[in-house]
Design a protein around this ligand. Structure first.
Ligand code: ADP
Ligand code: ASP
Ligand code: MG
Length: 816
């Protein structure tokens, strides 16, 4: 006889009960069906019991809502004419519950024994109702209260089964082969017929006990997901079904939190070699998971990942523990005596300390037990310290495949490291079936997703992008480029770029599922909230996604204060914004140090020369041991254009006006002509060359007169230029007389940076510059007589966005 078990979610609503009936009726042979309480009812019963024990009459309200849920199901599923008998029966159950709760309020005490009785009503109610509905629909069904067939000891809440008696009772009670048996999950009774329960989630266990007793060909666990998955689908969106899994793997996964099956359930089935299928009530044609001895090779090095969200880590430390046999024996003896279950143990080989994970609810209790149990050892100093760390989680990476392949733990620790997730403790079973790590609770989602991506998502690596400044030229162009190129990146590089956040000067939007690149503008407009930059940053930190990159395409001064905290939260930064790198030297160094410490990247190739490979080239030279003797550069597209255009017969002011009209200048051309921007760029190049330099140490030989700089408006400024035309004319004619041209050059030599207008002759590499080109020449130890020259367009949205894009892509190989 086949055994089916339907969990709380499968019997939780009218629709789901209809599915259950359909699934049962599709079985041609007789079946034994185990039911949980309606979803959430067990928790509610605990709640009302606790309220009643405190004398709080609010329990009546909650009880009322539980009652209503059951009656609503009856009303919806049973014909009006036939309802009375089942309503009377269920009402009788609720009267019993009420009496019980009244008793609890009187004595203001709720023992584990009474709790078990109270909880038993959950499965009794659901099972009676479904039995009735089946019969109503012409499917012959018999209700069996599991307390009559499952015998246990008196360990209330976690009763242990007496298999000999239980197996006999099951076989006797389920002897007929002509009906559907409807059995309450989760509950049993002791030899005095007092109600017991098998532990939370115990209905799975009931099904396995019955299946093993009957020698069933299969035990089907019907739940709300498509079988056991590579990770909890609520936590890892890309989790997928594991088609076949061994009993031991399933055991490890469920022990470490995969709630989809209750760990003890695996044992009876395993002992009788009965496969367990985990199936989805809401997608009944899906093949789900088969748990059995024989498993097919899967093609991944691990089988699944699971986690326990909340644990406490107890650490016992002391020199007296070294080489003293028996400390751990005593420790675990004490814990066992007090029925404390230990989730994970890790001992340093120095034997100086031993740490273990327990449920946080028992952590303080554990401290007391140990302080009492090890009183002598503490007094004489053999044990120095018992400490407890809270707010931690465990992740377990599970798979038989680890035995045959090396490198699983390397890969695991590497992905955690790259994402800045600190491993607090670790344990690896000698069976090599499981590696578990203890991490901070706040990192759990990030860790699970990053590990899942590393081990399972051979279909692509995902970068999560937060972009500030999408509405500016560079930001806008970057988004366009990413949208155009994403197909190629996916196909050729297995790379997904997901836009997870956007912020402009008005609005901000975060979406961990990704904001569509095609209509980011509408999304930001309609779904975005009013901008609050500090909130935006905190939200990014809290979201804590793996492989996060913060892209600052603004020219904002205020935003750079967030760079440090972002890097500190293991988020890499890519930016064309020069403000951070041209602030104080101390800040410049601090950003690099924190990036190094957190093992993330701070990339800013586009700070100088837009998309031209300048920073990378310079870093390459330095990293490979070259020494910089001199850097000379034309670093402003605007100034380059102006002096390329300024020719005999032209007025300087007209050239400036033309540059502005062509969109080559800032709204106020003095922002370019003052040289401040160029000063920032040469400062950055100097710092990249290893020189400690501050902005005010860059010597800027002013091009404009004091009058020109202080003119009140751009028009006034033009008037001054007009007046001073002869000065510019003579600068030009002097140069031309020597056969030279004017260039606004920044240079770095002997640790000094300076900039100003000079003239260069035909032999100078800067003589031939066209339009708004930038040029940089590096004279180094290796490129001594013949400098390394980089030349090309050094401004413009397309090339700058391209440079930012290239930085982003370079991060994929760093993070993957
Ligand atoms: P039921 O009420 O049917 O007993 P449970 O809530 O006890 O269902 O277990 C099913 C839930 O287990 C799923 O909804 C899922 O969120 C969770 N779960 C955790 N880990 C896994 C996993 N690895 N595979 C599938 N489900 C998992
Ligand atoms: N109803 C019980 C619980 O919620 C048993 C089960 O669902 O398996 O724990
Ligand atoms: Mg369950």
């Amino acid at each position: 006889m086949k055994v089916l078990k339907f969990g709380g979610t499968s019997v939780g609503t009218v629709d789901s009960i209809n599915q259950v009936i359909r699934i049962i009726s599709e079985n041609k042979q007789p079946v034994a069906v185990v039911y949980s309480a309606m979803g959430g009812v067990t928790n509610k019963l605990i709640e009302i019991g606790t309220l009643a024990s405190k004398g709080d009459t609010k329990y009546l309200e909650v009880l009322q809502s539980i009652e209503e849920r059951h009656f609503a199901a009856i009303r919806a599923l049973v014909d009006v004419k036939s309802q009375s008998s089942i309503i009377a029966k269920i009402k009788g159950n609720f009267n019993e519950i009420e009496d019980l709760l009244k008793g609890i309020t009187y004595i203001k005490e709720l023992s584990v024994r009474t709790m078990d009785l109270l909880l038993s009503f959950g499965e009794r109610l659901s099972s009676q109702i479904i039995t009735f509905i089946l019969n109503e629909q012409g499917i012959k069904a018999k209700y069996i209260d599991a307390r009559d067939i499952i015998k246990t000891n008196s360990n209330y809440g976690f009763a242990e089964v007496d298999f000999e008696e239980t197996n006999a009772l099951i076989n006797a009670a389920l002897a007929e082969n002509n009906q559907v048996y409807c059995i309450t999950g989760f509950i049993g009774s002791n030899k005095d017929n007092i109600t017991t329960t098998l532990g939370r989630g115990g209905s799975d266990y009931t099904a396995s006990i019955i299946g093993a007793a009957l020698g069933s060909e299969v035990i089907e666990i019907w739940t709300d997901v498509n079988g056991m998955m590579t990770a909890d689908p609520r936590k890892v969106k890309n989790a997928f079904t594991i088609p076949d899994i061994s009993y031991s793997e399933a055991m490890e996964l469920s022990h470490f939190g995969a709630k989809v099956i209750y760990p003890p359930s695996l044992v009876p089935a395993f002992l009788k070699n009965i496969p367990i299928k985990v199936l989805n009530t809401f997608e009944s044609t899906h093949a789900g998971t088969t748990i059995s001895k024989e498993i097919n090779q899967k093609g991944y090095s691990i089988t699944g990942i699971s986690s326990i969200d909340e644990i406490s880590l107890v650490n016992l430390q002391g020199n007296g523990m070294i080489g003293v046999a028996g400390v751990s024996a005593k420790l675990f003896g004490l814990l066992a005596d007090h029925k404390i279950s230990v989730i994970l143990i890790s001992q340093a080989s120095s034997e100086h300390s031993i740490c273990f994970a327990v449920d946080p609810k028992s952590a303080e209790n554990v401290r007391e037990i140990l302080e009492t149990g090890f009183k002598t050892e503490i007094l004489n100093g053999d044990i120095e310290n018992i400490s407890i760390q809270n707010n931690l989680s465990i992740i377990a990476v599970v798979g038989e495949g680890m035995k045959s392949s090396s490198g699983t733990s390397g890969k695991l620790f590497s992905v955690l490291g790259k994402n800045g997730i600190n491993v607090i403790a670790t344990a690896q079973g000698s069976s090599e079936l499981n590696i578990s790590v203890v991490i901070k609770k706040k990192d759990i989602s990030k860790a699970l997703n990053a590990i899942h991506e590393t081990f399972f998502e051979i279909d692509g690596f995902t970068l999560n992008l937060y972009l500030v400044g999408p509405s500016g030229q560079i930001g806008k162009t970057l988004l366009k480029q990413i949208a155009q190129q994403s197909g190629y990146l996916k196909k050729e590089k297995n790379l997904n770029i997901k836009l997870t956040g956007l912020a402009n000067t008005k609005k901000m939007l975060l979406d961990s599922n990704g904001i569509a690149l095609e209509n980011w503008k509408e999304n930001l407009e309609t779904a975005g909230e009013k901008i609050n930059l500090s909130e935006f940053i905190t939200d990014i930190q809290t979201l804590n996604l793996a492989n996060s990159i913060f892209v600052d395409c603004s020219a904002d001064k205020d935003i750079v204060q967030y760079y440090y905290p972002l890097l500190d939260s293991n988020i890499s930064i890519v930016t064309p914004n020069k403000v951070a790198n041209s602030g104080t030297y101390e800040e410049y160094i601090a950003l690099r140090n924190i990036a190094k410490k957190r093992n993330v990247k701070f990339l800013y190739e586009t700070n100088v020369g837009a998309g031209l490979p300048l920073i990378n080239t310079l870093q390459g030279l330095i990293n490979s041991g070259d020494r910089i003797h001199k850097i000379e550069a034309v670093l402003s597209g605007t100034l380059s254009f102006i002096f390329n255009t300024f020719a005999a017969g032209l007025k300087f002011v007209d050239v400036v006006k033309e540059a502005k009209e062509k969109g080559f200048t800032e709204p106020d051309p003095r922002d370019d002509l003052s040289g401040t921007d160029v000063a920032r760029k040469i400062l950055i190049l100097a710092r990249e060359s290893g020189i400690k330099l501050e902005f005010n140490e860059v010597e800027n030989i002013p091009l404009l007169s004091q009058d020109a700089m202080s003119a009140n408006s751009v028009d006034d400024f033009y008037a001054v230029l007009e007046k001073e035309n002869s000065k510019y004319e003579s600068l030009l004619s002097e140069a031309l007389a020597k056969g030279e041209v004017l260039r606004f050059i920044a240079s770095l030599e002997n640790g000094k940076a300076k900039l100003g207008l000079t003239s260069v002759g035909r032999s100078h590499p800067f003589y031939n510059l066209a339009g708004s080109e930038n040029i940089v020449s590096f004279t180094t130890e290796r490129y001594f007589n013949n400098p390394l020259v980089v030349k090309g367009p050094g401004a413009g949205a397309e090339v700058t966005a391209m440079g930012v894009f290239a930085d982003i892509i370079s991060l994929s190989s760093f993070l993957a």
